[in-house]
Design a protein around this ligand. Structure first.
Ligand SMILES: NC(=O)c1ccc[n+]([C@@H]2O[C@H](COP(=O)([O-])OP(=O)(O)OC[C@H]3O[C@@H](n4cnc5c(N)ncnc54)[C@H](OP(=O)(O)O)[C@@H]3O)[C@@H](O)[C@H]2O)c1
Length: 334
């Protein structure tokens, strides 16, 4: 089968299209023909090994000190079709269409992948695909959608809550705007000029152009801040949080762990750096929201499998709207 092999840490030219052996499912696994996957900011960080929370060194020890060895194929989410089931599998049949995350083994930049049929928690989550999405659209939902849902649950977002989403036009941001509106909050999205209309169309009540407006100096305050950018000063932005408010940080540095501990001792404000647990139950909740028309992935553009390196460069160049997909079906619509 064809796969994009991660041959070195660093630039996207280390991602090479190669012919590798098609995997065979173990008794508890299913073999999935991958129809679509994605390139996220997180995939690019993994490729470069520039990970949050100081995890780069431990990850290097795990994946291979000088070059990736244990994990050779990136790609953390997918939509596809079950083409073979292991002998002990009872919950899937050949022909089922599924979507989900690969968990820690990655491997979605390939024509086929084997995943446990009871895929859940740390291993990732897999369920039947929403009936009203294309494969490309479905592939874009799991990781960012689960992250956004985790924030909604953790902050108990509902009517009367003022929510600020910094990076509202990206992957996690576009799901967060829609979910926060769905749960009844008043939502402000922050992103670059080209994404303001898109954020409004997703339901944002207010939008801020970070390239033109220094919102950090504003006197507005929020119950919940979802910050997916993390490159800027979190301490400055904490001033925008109301008393007892909660600040979610998608890309945290080791210093943010200390800041979070300090805040828990001296302040009513909370800094949260946890990620979603990626459970089947939460993925089923997203599937239901999608099927009922309350959630829709925003797709910027799709690339074919051969162009995964170009897709990585495109994501890293900034400016994408929502999600970038890889489709393995020529002519797939999105
Ligand atoms: N995607 C996931 O499933 C996931 C899960 C857990 C954690 N994370 C982490 O979360 C982070 C964000 O992920 P993502 O996939 O949502 O990234 P993304 O799709 O690249 O979104 C980031 C958004 O922030 C905007 N932005 C950049 N600088 C900004 C600023 N100063 N103020 C406001 N907005 C700004 C970007 O717009 P411009 O490019 O136009 O400036 C972009 O729209 C990554 O570091 C990733 O590791 C991601």
């Amino acid at each position: 089968m064809k796969a994009i092999i991660w041959t070195k840490y660093g630039p996207a030219d280390g991602l090479k299209l190669q012919e590798v052996e098609k995997p065979t499912p173990k008794p508890d696994e299913i073999l999935i023909k991958v129809h679509a996957t994605t390139v996220t900011a997180g995939d690019c960080e993994m490729r470069r090994l520039q990970l949050p929370l100081g995890l780069s060194f431990p990850m290097r020890l795990y994946t291979g000190f000088l070059q990736p060895k244990r994990l050779r194929i990136l790609g953390q989410e997918l939509a596809g079709e079950v083409v073979q089931v292991g002998e002990r599998v009872t919950n899937y049949q050949v022909g089922d269409q599924v979507f989900g995350t690969t968990g820690f083994g990655f491997g979605a930049y390939a024509e086929y992948i084997c995943l446990p049929a009871t895929h859940d928690d740390a291993q990732g989550a897999l369920v039947e695909m929403p009936t009203n999405l294309t494969f490309a659209e479905a592939a874009a939902v799991p990781t960012a959608g689960l992250e956004a849902l985790h924030y909604m649950r953790k902050a108990k977002i509902g009517p009367g809550k003022y929510v600020l989403i910094i990076g509202g036009g990206g992957s996690i941001g576009t799901f967060s705007i829609q979910l926060a509106k769905y749960f009844g909050a008043e939502v402000t999205g922050v992103d670059s000029t080209e994404k303001l209309d898109m954020m409004r169309s997703l339901g944002a009540d207010h939008v801020i152009d970070y390239t033109r407006e220094d919102y950090v100096k504003s006197s507005e305050t929020y119950d919940v801040i979802i910050d997916v950018v993390g490159k800027h000063s979190v301490a400055q932005r904490l001033k925008l949080l109301k008393k007892n408010g909660i600040y979610f940080l998608a890309y945290a540095k080791p210093s943010h762990i200390l800041l979070g501990i300090w805040m828990s001792l001296v302040s009513s404000k909370k800094l949260n750096i946890e990620s979603s647990n990626q459970t089947r139950e939460d993925l089923l909740s997203l599937k239901k929201l999608v099927e009922e028309g309350d959630l829709k992935p925003v797709i910027d553009r799709c690339f074919p499998l051969e162009q995964v390196p170009e897709a990585h460069r495109y994501v890293e160049s900034g400016g994408k709207m929502g999600n970038v997909c890889i489709t393995l079906d020529p002519g797939e619509q999105y």
